[in-house]
Design a protein around this ligand. Structure first.
Ligand code: NDP
Length: 603
């Protein structure tokens, strides 16, 4: 929690700005996003699913009421809401071997939810479950998702290890024709695209990566056959191994202490240090669990959402490192900023608060890591909001182990190259047996927006080509010309650090719209062209413009590796206001998307 520091002086602020700019320059690379390669197409790490065997099956040729693409938190919750709306045949498809999305793939040792599980794990009250830990292990989250899928009978029509490749609207049949990479050719009345925002694993495009002869894998494809153990530890296979952990983001700081506990030697290849704040994880108090009253989860989620968004609340129910630093998240994540304050004044106040927080976090490093050189290299020098904050009570401590070595790669812009036997930084080679890439994921773009999922709407219009004249949706969910097609994302919708909550609201909204369409006998759901134009204007006028700020940030996925694009993303007044707006819209205006005459919108 924040400690009191002496007030920051003008010269301290000037020095911090100069230091941050210098540290940024050390890391910026001209190749930006081009420095990475996609795991799925990488010969160095052939695409495979280490968790579930891929089974041959005949192509699907039937009709379903709804196809939900993506069985992660968004798709699963939407499928449940569609079930509750009365849909009988719901087909969840996913390229993973089961439901879970992020939590299906990310089973690395130490994986945990970094938002309180009581807020993050959806529909706890519906299934009468209280997580066992404040920040739940990934396996607990994954099992909860499996339990939800079972409870709402979503396995019946599901298809795993399956990716949608094409959607084609059939005007006469008022349905979508669906093609997949398994040669399926079925139809669906409704289609929901929920393919996630950080789902495509990436590897650094390091010279020689293919030549490495030891074992190498990405954290989202953990090889327990090699390491032994499971997500809770026991990595006995590493006992005689020299292991490299590449990357020190939210994943790297969770995985590294587990590796360090078991490996003979651990090298941590760091390019930019993460912020590492207090975690304070603990088992759930059983007395607290039984004292919870109906509606507790929604109230807790709403409280957290409001605090993070800067909306007034009577108390801070969660009281963790997120809420303690809530003021620093609003610009980047939740969108809401106080426009009644003079912008320059607001920026300065924010910068001072940011510096105080970063000073506290740098002090935490110095107080924990005994070797001064290692401690200095672990201190983050950038604005708090430039990267997703990290939390751990054992990561920094692990550097005090004699068999753990930090290799700072800032001056070489990351790893220089790989050889058959190890990793080279500058001209020094580190021989290792195993390389674990905690190097993150491509951001934000679903197949719908990238064009990898071909979508042809009314009159054969290509969704991807329609984007050339601008992204036009109503509330982020649906576009004119693409009936009965919904998408979940933060674009033209809302955002929060508890993204699971955002997805819950999106799922609920889609369920309610489909329910209304069914009860009123609408032929399909589609917003008018004018409604999407008007909403695009609302986003343009209200969304935060963080471009200048992002340009000053150290490279990372928030700013497209130092080359941020101009983009107005989410509803400016923030998620609480957005959810209120949706509620009001459902009460007063839902009919505007319920089309009863198929030809009415042909003009
Ligand atoms: P990140 O993109 O945050 O981190 C990737 C890491 O790899 C960075 O430290 C990066 O350094 C480093 N890296 C990349 N290329 C190289 C290179 N060539 N040489 C050396 N280092 C390199 O990915 P994560 O998987 O850590 O996290 C992604 C997101 O997933 C998080 O921000 C969070 O939103 C989510 N997440 C959530 C968790 C949860 O508990 N809910 C847990 C884990 C992740 P640099 O910083 O210099 O680019």
């Amino acid at each position: 929690m924040p400690e009191s520091h002496a007030p920051i002086t003008a010269s301290e602020l000037t020095a911090a700005r100069a230091k941050y700019a210098h540290e940024r320059e050390r890391r910026v690379r001209p190749d930006g996003l081009g420095q990475y390669r996609r795991l799925a197409s990488d010969p160095a790490a052939a695409p495979h699913d280490p968790f579930t065997e891929r089974v041959d099956r005949p192509p699907l040729t039937d009709h379903v009421d709804a196809l939900v693409i993506g069985a992660g938190l968004g798709g699963l919750q939407t499928a449940i809401r569609l079930r509750q709306a009365g849909l009988e045949r719901i087909r969840l498809i996913d390229d993973g071997g089961d439901v879970g999305g992020t939590w299906y793939w990310n089973r690395y040792p130490g994986v945990r939810c970094d938002i309180e599980s009581y807020l993050y794990m959806p529909m706890l009250e519906e299934v009468g479950y209280v997580p066992r830990w404040r920040y739940a292990p990934g396996e607990e989250i994954r099992r909860h998702m499996v339990a939800l899928a079972e409870r709402f009978d979503l396995y019946r029509d599901a298809a795993f290890h399956t990716s949608a490749t094409e959607l084609r609207w059939d005007e006469d049949g008022a349905r979508w024709h669906v093609g997949t990479d398994r040669d399926d050719a079925f139809t669906a009345t409704y289609v929901v695209v929920s393919s996630g925002s950080l789902s495509l694993a990436k590897l650094p495009g390091i010279e020689g990566i293919e030549s490495f002869r030891g074992r190498a894998f990405h954290t989202s494809r953990w090889d327990y056959g090699y390491t032994g153990g499971d997500a809770s530890g026991g990595l006995v296979g590493l006992a005689d191994k020299r292991v490299a952990v590449v990357g020190t983001g939210a994943t790297g700081i969770q995985v590294m202490p587990m590796v360090a506990e078991h490996a003979a030697r651990t090298y941590v290849f760091q390019r930019t240090p993460a912020t590492v704040d207090v975690r304070d994880n603990r088992p759930t108090d059983p007395e607290w669990a039984v004292s919870l009253t109906p509606g507790w989860q929604q109230r807790r989620m709403d409280n957290f959402l409001a605090i993070m968004a800067g909306d007034p609340v009577a108390e801070d129910v969660v009281q963790d490192s997120w809420t303690a630093n809530a003021g620093l998240q609003r610009k980047m994540i939740t969108g809401r900023i106080d426009r009644s304050v003079d912008p320059a004044e607001r920026e300065l106040a924010e910068e001072l608060l940011d510096l105080a927080t970063m000073n506290r976090l740098r002090d935490r490093v110095a107080a924990t890591v005994r070797d001064p050189e290692t401690a200095e290299a672990l201190k983050p020098y950038y604005r708090y909001q430039c990267k997703r904050p990290g939390f751990s009570d054992d990561y920094l401590e692990a550097f005090n182990r004699p068999e753990v070595t930090l290799v700072d790669t800032a001056d070489t812009h990351g790893i220089t190259r790989m050889t058959e036997t190890g990793i080279v930084v500058g001209d020094q080679e580190y021989e290792v047996d195993c390389v674990i890439f905690a190097t993150g994921f491509e951001t934000g773009i679903s197949g719908l927006l990238s064009g990898s999922l071909m979508v042809h709407g009314r009159g054969g219009t290509s969704y991807f080509e329609s984007l050339m004249s601008g992204f036009r949706t109503l509330h982020g969910f649906y576009s004119h010309g693409f009936p009965n097609l919904f998408q979940l994302s933060l674009f033209q919708n809302a955002n929060s650090v508890n993204y699971s909550h955002i997805l819950s609201e999106q799922a609920r909204h889609i369920g309610l719209v489909v329910s209304a369409a069914r009860s009123r006998g609408a032929a399909y759901v589609e917003p008018s062209h004018d409604a999407t134009e008007a909403w695009a204007q609302v986003i343009e006028e209200s969304a935060n413009d963080n471009l200048d700020f992002l340009r000053t940030c150290t490279p990372g996925y928030y700013n497209s590796e130092g080359q941020p694009a101009e983009m107005k993303i989410s509803y400016g007044p923030g998620p609480v206001a957005f959810h209120r707006l949706l509620e009001e819209w459902r009460r007063t205006s839902i009919d505007e998307v319920l089309v009863d005459q198929p030809l009415r919108r042909m003009s």
